[in-house]
Design a protein around this ligand. Structure first.
Ligand code: COA
Ligand code: AMP
Length: 633
């Protein structure tokens, strides 16, 4: 048996021994009573009784251990022409001081704070300061509209919101503060304070009594010590798209999260303390939480906050510049970023300007890695290009080529094998376990390893309904796929109404809720259509109310505007077609999967349950007018 097989087998046969050992690499104020509490399935808890602090493990312990002068965080911002470096000592002081400021505002263990910030170091500082106090943070991605922020404020009930005056998206300035004010106005729950980091390039007016200036707060603050929390206490809530407009509040605990993430750095990514690790994502997404902030700092690496884009800041050489300038060994990003670079620089000319000698591994996740992008990146970079699969819910990879354990031959289209701790199985719709090679629903046999979601924020019922009830004893990933005879996993896509746009997870159901609010819309379907750059984009089909014969173009424009205003520009909802009818099953279910296949020009079977097959031809014609359904020409 190879090293991977041994490790994997042990992780499933002896999870307590396996993770108990991994937990020795974390500092504890009090050791756990039990590694795995499995007394109330499907609610599993890791390291019950243990006490630790995540911020201490990310910062203070490295200073105490002699890494004080090592750079912990590099802020690289081509949009403001800034490069700033923070050593572990400096970052610890800044975080402790900001935590002191938050403490002065009355924040204490168990309180919530929403963080709504662009890609600046203060976003990570705010997260770590919350962790230091045992305050539960909930970071909201900046590309979401005020309504989405309001929904999250309503659910998390934060005592404080931490924000910045604005962000810079390529060449655009995005004013965060007015969006935040609008969200607070919409929410029935009101935070006590809003802490605003006023950026040099963007100054925003403050609201008397409620708003607190970041700089002023820090200036007068006493540094705060780390507060011991239980391993099972929540570290953060991260809202993610489900099948409806109401996002799911994925909860993450402290202890299991620290153990799993720390373990993942060496074993999955092959990274040691002292190395430079860069996740080019955004702190608003799970990748940003886990691999910009927590995991690299837990491990004692140098992490990078990059306020830029793969292209246009200033050119498609931006990633190569960062890699060579900061000596990055491992880059993690989404395939869409590479598709963008490939489109602008197909021959990789910009790479030639930079020394990429330190660059060892490229990891990609967030959406399927298409073979074209895989081959292009492999050919140009001549390093392993590793697809790996995970979800907001898991918090760290479920399937990967775990190079720190044993590096496998890559099969393009597969994120390689199950990561130790994850027991991946494939089931039929009826719940029967399928053979190797057979495609079905991807599930994970319980218990899930540490670091994965123990539940949804204050909503055990939605947790069990969403993930556990469909196939008792298993966590349902909502992805379809198969495992081949060699144990390689293949993820074929979501089987629910969630789509991935430029690696961003969005709910088509949520968009349908917005579209159907228009006074002239009788019914609608929003589905994901293949897109060369973004992987998928949402497309809307609307049936208008009887009598609405004219003004279709205005209605379409209004619908695009509504989704942009309610969900945000990040939804990339730009295409709508007016159709006479929607294809449905006889029981009335809209056949979104079939519509998607028609749009992509893929082969499809006319479902036997369809009400009227002739509708499919009408839909195809409408989609052709939008530029889809092309292979049929
Ligand atoms: N704050 C405010 N607005 C934001 C935003 C943010 N943090 N991020 C994106 N937006 C806006 C964009 O400005 C754009 O607005 P527009 O419609 O007015 O032009 C819209 O949301 C869509 O953004 P995006 O999907 O990023 O498209 P793009 O065409 O601007 O850029 C890519 C395309 C491929 C370069 C870009 O999507 C990218 O860098 N992707 C990497 C993906 C990634 O890191 N994923 C994280 C998961 S690992
Ligand atoms: P998110 O929660 O935003 O990370 O999105 C999770 C979803 O993205 C998964 O359920 C998959 O559908 C998709 N996904 C993430 N990584 C991959 C991958 N490597 N291959 C295929 N799909 C992926």
């Amino acid at each position: 048996m190879g090293k991977y097989d041994d490790t994997y087998k042990r992780s499933l046969e002896d999870p307590e021994g396996f993770w108990g050992e991994a937990a020795e690499d974390i500092s504890w104020y009090r050791k756990w009573d039990k590694v795995l509490d499995d007394s109330k399935p499907p609610f599993y808890r890791w390291f019950t009784g243990g006490q630790m602090n995540t911020c201490y493990n990310c910062l203070d312990r490295h200073v105490e251990g002699g890494r004080g002068d090592q750079v912990a965080l590099i802020y690289d911002s081509p949009v403001t022409n800034t490069i700033a470096k923070y050593t572990y000592s400096e970052l610890t002081d800044i975080v402790a001081r900001f935590a002191g400021g938050l403490k002065g505002l009355g924040l204490e263990k168990g309180d919530r704070a929403i963080i709504y910030m662009p890609m600046i170091p203060e976003a990570a500082i705010a997260m770590l300061a919350c962790a230091r106090l045992g305050v539960i943070h909930s970071v909201v991605f900046g590309g979401f509209a005020p309504h989405e922020l309001a929904v999250r404020i309503e659910d998390a009930k934060p005592k404080v919101i931490i924000s910045a005056s604005g962000g810079i998206e390529g060449k655009k300035i995005i004013e965060y503060k007015p969006m935040l004010d609008k969200a607070v106005e919409e929410s029935s729950y009101k935070p006590e304070h809003v802490v605003v980091y006023q950026r040099e390039h963007i100054k925003e007016p403050m609201m008397k009594f409620r708003d607190v200036d970041w700089a002023g707060l820090v200036k007068d603050a006493e540094p705060a010590d780390c507060v011991p929390v239980l391993a099972t206490d929540p570290l953060y809530i991260l809202y993610t798209s489900g099948t409806t407009g109401l996002p799911k509040g994925v909860m993450r605990d402290n202890g299991g999260h620290a153990v799993a993430l720390n373990w993942s750095m060496k074993n999955i990514y092959g990274v040691d303390a002292g190395e430079v690790y860069w996740a080019a994502s955004d702190v608003g997404w799970v990748v940003g939480h886990s691999y910009i902030v927590y995991a690299p700092l837990l491990k004692g690496c140098t992490t990078i906050i990059f306020e830029g884009k793969p292209i246009g800041t200033p050119d498609p050489g931006a990633f190569w510049r960062v890699i060579s300038q900061h000596g990055v060994g491992t880059l993690f990003t989404a395939p869409t970023a590479f598709r963008a670079i490939k489109k602008e620089d197909p021959n990789g000319e910009y790479m030639k300007d930079y020394d990429l000698e330190n660059f060892k591994y490229l990891f990609l996740a967030g959406e399927r890695l298409d073979p074209d992008t895989y081959h292009w990146a492999t050919d140009k970079l001549k390093i392993p290009v590793i697809d790996h699969w995970w979800q907001t819910e898991s918090g760290w990879p479920i399937a990967a080529n775990s190079v720190g354990i044993e590096e496998f031959k890559i099969k393009p289209g597969s994120p390689t094998k199950a990561v130790p701790g994850y027991d991946i199985r494939i089931l039929s719709q009826e719940g029967k376990e399928l053979e190797r090679g057979e495609e079905g629903l991807v599930v994970l046999k319980l218990p899930l390893p540490p670091g994965t979601l123990p539940t949804l924020w204050q909503n055990d019922k939605r947790f069990t309904e969403s993930y556990m009830d469909a196939y008792p004893g298993y966590y349902f990933t909502s992805d379809g796929g198969f495992v081949d005879k060699d144990g390689y996993v293949y993820i074929m896509g979501r089987v629910d109404d969630v789509i991935n746009v430029a690696g961003h997870r969005l709910s088509t159901g949520g968009m349908e809720e917005v579209v159907s609010d228009h006074q002239d819309v009788a019914e609608c379907a929003v589905f994901g259509a293949g897109d060369q750059l973004k992987g998928q984009v949402p497309v809307g089909l609307v049936v208008l109310k009887a009598g609405v014969e004219t003004g279709h173009d205005d209605i379409k424009k209004a619908l695009v505007k509504m989704v942009r205003e309610k969900i945000g520009p990040i939804a990339c909802f730009k295409e709508v077609a007016v159709v006479k009818r929607l294809p449905k099953t006889r029981s009335g279910k809209i056949l979104r999967g079939t519509i998607s296949k028609i749009a992509d020009g893929a082969e499809y079977k006319v479902p036997s349950t369809i009400d009227d097959p002739a509708i499919l031809d009408e839909i195809e014609e409408s989609l052709k007018e939008l530029g889809y359904a092309k292979k049929y020409d």
